[in-house]
Design a binder for this molecule. Structure first.
Ligand SMILES: Cc1cc2nc3c(=O)[nH]c(=O)nc-3n(C[C@H](O)[C@H](O)[C@H](O)COP(=O)(O)OP(=O)(O)OC[C@H]3O[C@@H](n4cnc5c(N)ncnc54)[C@H](O)[C@@H]3O)c2cc1C
Length: 439
């Protein structure tokens, strides 16, 4: 091991979460020389670097830019402030004592001792194994994120004739990119009876490019020796079961699948940080601090976000919380309020509120467990509704927000627990609910 480096703040990951958090730390008075950002890729910017499409920064910048533009704005800010960052550097592990083991071209294999750590490692794609597709294992099978990366960053095409499985926004954006680069997308298959992504992307990425979308269809076999030659596509019922006798062979030279994202938290298994089985990220308080004092987390490492705007909000909160922690390490909360997930709530973040002098203004983010038309969001204390808001239609793909205002804080009072619930108003028919709470 080459050397021991000491830093006040170490941020792991340089996507929008890590970079905005670094900028916020400086705005809150932390010296740039006391900070270090560690990134395993050769450029800072994270996932934004492969998102050459527009749709980023709406509330942060007051204008919509491409992912790459947002990445370069944030990176310029980091360079202007002279915040140190190391690239091509991978964090191998973090422990309770806030020691970070890193392999980097600049420092070799070294240990960095931090006073405070921000975990901003983003997420990774689930692998094809999760799909359990039969057939052979030829070349030419890619995850959607990998294709986005090799096409947009490396400049290669995965094939000329592609079948896509999954209709989330990422899959649709990738399908369009393949067509724009001269390839043909034979079809996008979606096992659910409806598309997963936004209506805007169905129009702009599929309809406008004549890419057929087959809902209630899945890829059930991959065929080919050495290189993929075809896939088998079958009709599936509402429960995802293959309808016998419907299989059709479709010729292709590449197959792209999107089967979900999971927060990237493997490096923290020795820290004792408690993970939420719903979000797969850490349990956090309203400052995105984990149960290990001084270790914070933000971005897709906490939960999978639909929009960068929410990541920016969180990262700014973390920046000021890190400063507060450094100035007052022995501060302990007077009490804790647990936030429980009631009916139709998939998860909520933070999972608890640490009350110091008073309950401070903060935001509770949540997702529902299905796709609903007419929702009423409530907060309950001891079974009594203390907050309610009509939300209209909402699906599990979107983030909902509850602003914990002074007025709501007064109603919460000295409660130990509050429950977030979503109920359907009479006239709102349930569209689908992922198999939970079926009517
Ligand atoms: C195809 C696609 C389209 C999208 N479209 C939009 C959109 O239109 N509008 C919008 O607002 N949002 C969009 N998003 C969402 C948004 O881009 C992401 O949610 C956001 O970039 C995640 O930010 P992050 O900082 O949490 O993670 P990332 O950007 O993924 O950054 C995490 C970084 O941590 C690094 N890292 C991980 N582990 C380690 C380690 N052990 N050591 C060192 N470094 C490590 C990674 O290399 C990575 O650079 C889109 C996302 C995708 C994939």
């Amino acid at each position: 091991m080459s050397e021991l480096i000491n830093k006040k703040v170490v941020i792991i990951g340089s996507g929008p979460a890590g970079l905005v958090c670094a900028l916020s730390c400086c705005q809150n008075g932390i010296e740039p020389s006391d900070m270090l950002i560690i990134e395993r890729e050769s450029e800072i910017g994270g996932t934004l670097n492969q998102c050459i499409h527009s749709g980023f920064g709406k509330s942060y910048l007051d204008e919509v830019v491409t992912g790459t533009e947002l990445a370069s704005m944030l990176s310029d800010g980091i360079r202007q402030l002279e915040i140190e960052y190391i690239t091509d550097s991978t964090v191998l592990s973090v422990d309770k004592q806030k020691r970070i083991r890193v392999v980097s071209p600049k420092y070799g294999y070294c240990t960095i001792k931090a006073e405070s750590i921000v975990l901003a490692m983003g997420c990774r794609e689930k692998t094809k194994g999760a799909l359990q597709i039969g057939g052979t294992r030829p070349a030419g099978v890619f995850s959607a994120g990998a294709v986005q990366r090799i096409v947009n960053i490396k400049g290669y095409m995965p094939g000329k004739r592609t079948v896509v499985l999954g209709s989330g926004d990422l899959a649709m954006i990738v399908a369009r990119r393949l067509v724009l680069e001269g390839g043909r997308v034979v079809c996008v298959c979606e096992p659910k009876p409806y598309a997963e992504g936004s209506d805007e992307n169905i129009k702009e990425c599929l309809d406008d490019f004549d890419i057929p979308l087959y809902c209630s269809h899945s890829v059930t076999r991959i065929l080919g020796k050495g290189r993929i030659e075809a896939v088998e596509i079958s009709h599936v019922d509402k429960r995802g079961k293959i309808v016998k006798g419907t299989a059709k062979r479709v010729k292709c030279d590449s197959f792209v699948y999107q089967c979900g994202l999971v927060p990237e938290n493997e490096i923290i298994k020795d820290t004792g940080i408690r993970l939420d089985t719903r979000t797969r990220g850490a349990y956090v308080n309203q400052y995105f601090e984990t149960n290990v004092r001084g270790i914070f987390t933000c971005g897709n490492a906490v939960r999978i976000h639909d929009l960068v705007d929410y990541i920016v909000e969180e990262a700014q909160v973390v920046g000021s919380a890190v400063k507060r922690y450094l100035d007052n390490k022995t501060e302990k909360p007077e009490r804790v309020i647990r936030i429980k997930n009631g009916e139709r709530i998939l998860y909520s973040v933070p999972q608890h509120i640490d009350v110091y002098d008073d309950i401070e203004d903060c935001v509770i983010y949540f997702r529902v467990n299905g796709k609903y038309k007419n929702l009423l969001i409530t907060v309950k204390k001891d079974g009594e509704v203390i907050y309610s808001r009509e939300k209209g239609s909402m699906s599990w793909l979107e983030t909902g927000k509850i602003q914990l205002t002074r007025e709501l804080a007064e109603k919460i009072g000295d409660a130990k627990e509050i429950v977030i619930c979503a109920s359907e108003k009479e006239d709102g028919a349930n569209i689908d609910n992922n198999g939970e709470d079926k009517e």
